[in-house]
Design a protein around this ligand. Structure first.
Ligand code: GLN
Length: 550
């Protein structure tokens, strides 16, 4: 295709209607017709990126291959489309202003007054078109964060209005996602919020081509007609988006509503051929017809807001489907774990995952969880901080370095088994300065991870400042905790595993960021498998193995 087609997705009425999932689902359907698609997200907040945001504010920070700290919707894009995104796929108001102001200071504007229109909107448009200009894509879907009518998203909407003029109606369409609430008291679906939301968009000069209505009930024909009439779109461009059982149902529901067909016909492209979503449906079949069920404890400190661990939860969905097993995630607040209650808390678990995290709060509970899993041969998976806790636990209780710690937790520890990387020591700026993005990792022959990955050189994404302290490596290996993955350039330890344990693996990187529907991550797949084996093992076998291991 000569120049890419642009699809803009805005939202109204309330946030959290699922623009990201609608965008990803539409992307999937277009991709399944043989087009190359990418999705980008424009966020109206002033932070340069979400890297400095507390997970309670904004959910998980998703890290791309090139080390960008981005919005969690990029995770959905990658998981649905099985593509890699990059810094260019997530742009914030802060980044736009930062770039414009840097140019102003350089004198690039030659004495002109720098204004929202045209300078900020021009910069936004440059970013809208950036991925399209690479020539790699037939379709660019652009999701605009926030709701229409928000003060802070106005420049993005204005830039989209200008983009429509520049691109022409064969290359640009606008999709607006709104809410059609059901009023239980009167037993009716209400279209007024949608009417108002579309009016608001019209005030900014954008007529939506398609209105997607999120609703908890089916939209009957009269409601569709009403939305069509008031929002000035044909009836077949009113799309119902019913609450779904899982987010992975949405592409199939959008297919039923013919969202992809409407988009293609608006863009004057043929849509004779059906999209091929057979693999997707097979995945859904496995997901919905499990033969097993396991309980996995997810130990973290942001358990009240599950979006903080979005990619981990989705990785369990992918890995569960692969094993035809439902993974029931049991959220465990690490601040509530003590020596006295760990046995009761973990009684019904078939595996434990210690989540990534920052700071010292909740660390001791994580260390107790690591100890319990090691001693009771419970499958254990430590991610980033989770690995660091496993290392600390092993140092304290097996190597008998009683005061061992990470210098993040205890800067004065006499046994810093986890320490700040040399290049991190003089860093004062917090934003974008961690070890970020994909790094190579060499897997040691004959280790569990080498078997799991089925190869010896891998690449995984990072987001951390602290590392395993190699001064202690010999002691760890002599006692049975093996560095099974090493960065070939720097010698940094990336994975540790226990020799005498059925499945006890910790990694410094974040495997959850690379798990997709069509490529479930091998560490998650095999971890779930290990929990299934654990569940089905008899109590006696476990006791015998435990005795043999010591
Ligand atoms: N706080 C730890 C570090 O910076 C771990 C980070 C993480 O779990 N992502 O190294």
């Amino acid at each position: 295709m000569a120049s890419p087609k642009y699809i803009f997705v805005t939202g109204g009425v309330t946030s959290s209607l699922g623009k990201g999932i609608i965008s990803a689902s539409l992307g999937k359907l277009i991709q399944a017709r043989g087009f190359s698609v990418t999705i980008q997200k424009f966020d109206p907040y002033i932070n340069i990126d979400p890297g400095t945001l507390n997970p309670y504010e904004h959910g998980e920070c998703y890290v791309t291959e090139d080390g960008a700290e981005t919005d969690l919707d990029l995770g959905h894009y990658e998981r649905f489309l099985n593509i890699e995104t990059s810094q260019d796929n997530n742009v914030t108001t802060g980044r736009i202003y930062n770039d414009v102001i840097t140019r102003e200071r350089r004198g690039d504007f030659l004495g002109k007054t720098v204004q929202v229109v045209p300078h900020i909107t021009d910069e936004i448009k440059n970013n809208f078109y950036k991925l399209g200009k690479t020539g790699q894509y037939d379709f660019i879907i652009t999701e605009i964060g926030g709701c229409v009518g928000d003060i802070e998203s106005l420049p993005f909407i204005e830039a989209a209005r200008q983009a429509r003029l520049e691109l022409g109606s064969n290359n640009f369409i606008s999709i607006h996602l709104t809410l059609v609430p059901y009023l239980r008291a009167s037993g009716e679906l209400k279209t007024k919020p949608t009417q108002h939301s579309v009016k608001q968009l019209l005030e900014s000069g954008i007529q939506p081509d398609i209105v997607v209505c999120r609703s908890e009930r089916h939209l009957p024909p009269d409601i569709r007609k009403k939305v069509a009439l008031f929002c000035n779109v044909p009836v077949n461009c009113v799309i119902e988006a019913m609450d779904a059982e899982t987010i992975y149902d949405v592409p199939v529901l959008m297919r039923k509503e013919k969202l992809d067909e409407r988009v293609l016909s608006k863009l004057k492209l043929s849509h004779k051929k059906e999209p091929n979503i057979e693999d997707w449906k097979e995945f859904l079949g496995r997901l919905k017809n499990p033969t097993e069920e396991v309980n996995i404890g997810l130990v973290g400190k942001y358990v009240q807001l599950q979006d903080a661990y979005k990619s981990i939860v989705e990785s369990f969905v992918h890995a569960g489907a692969e094993n035809e097993c439902t993974v029931k995630v049991k959220w465990i607040d690490s601040e509530e774990i003590f020596e006295e209650n760990v046995k009761i808390l973990f009684e019904n678990l078939h595996g434990v995952l210690i989540a990534p995290g920052f700071g010292e709060r909740g660390i001791e509970g994580k260390i107790i969880a690591a100890k319990y899993s090691r001693e009771n041969r419970l499958p254990f998976f430590g991610i980033c901080l989770g690995l660091q806790c496993a290392v600390t636990e092993f140092a304290r209780n097996v190597l008998k370095l009683k005061k061992a710690s990470s210098t993040e937790v205890d800067p004065k520890t006499i046994n810093p088994v986890i320490d700040l990387m040399e290049e991190q020591k003089n860093i004062t700026n917090m934003g974008g300065t961690m070890r970020l993005g994909a790094y190579a990792c060499q897997l040691k022959k004959g280790t569990k991870v080498q078997l799991i990955y089925g190869q010896s050189k891998i690449k995984e994404r990072h987001r951390h400042r602290y590392e395993f302290n190699n001064k202690y490596l010999e002691q760890f290996e002599a006692a049975g905790m093996i560095a099974s993955g090493i960065n070939p350039e720097t010698g940094l330890v990336e994975i540790m595993e226990l020799k005498n344990h059925p499945w006890y693996i910790g990694c410094q990187f974040h495997p959850e960021l690379r798990s997709t529907v069509s490529n479930p991550h091998p560490l998650f797949v095999k971890f779930v498998k290990a929990t299934m084996i654990f569940k089905n093992d008899s109590e006696e076998k476990r006791v015998i193995e435990k005795d043999l291991a010591v």
